[in-house]
Design a protein around this ligand. Structure first.
Ligand SMILES: [Cu+2]
Length: 68
């Protein structure tokens, strides 16, 4: 089990939280997604550590950007 926290730019409301949660939840092995809107962070729990590329693609798909 791995827990990673990513910084995401562009999230501003609950709709953004839902969009990001939905996309990231679709990644293989993901069991929990916790978005902190105030902090602009997304904490992901997954069976295997996620690659930055996979996470960036999911965030991009939702319409936001991963902060390197
Ligand atoms: Cu929003």
């Amino acid at each position: 089990m791995a827990t990673q926290t990513f910084q995401v730019t562009g999230m501003s409301c609950e709709h953004c939280v839902d969009a990001v949660t939905a996309e990231v939840s679709q990644l293989a092995g993901v069991t929990a997604v916790d978005v902190d809107l105030a902090a602009g962070s997304v904490t992901v729990t997954s069976a295997q550590p996620l690659s930055a590329d996979a996470m960036a693609a999911a965030i991009d798909e939702a319409g936001y950007q991963l902060t390197p």
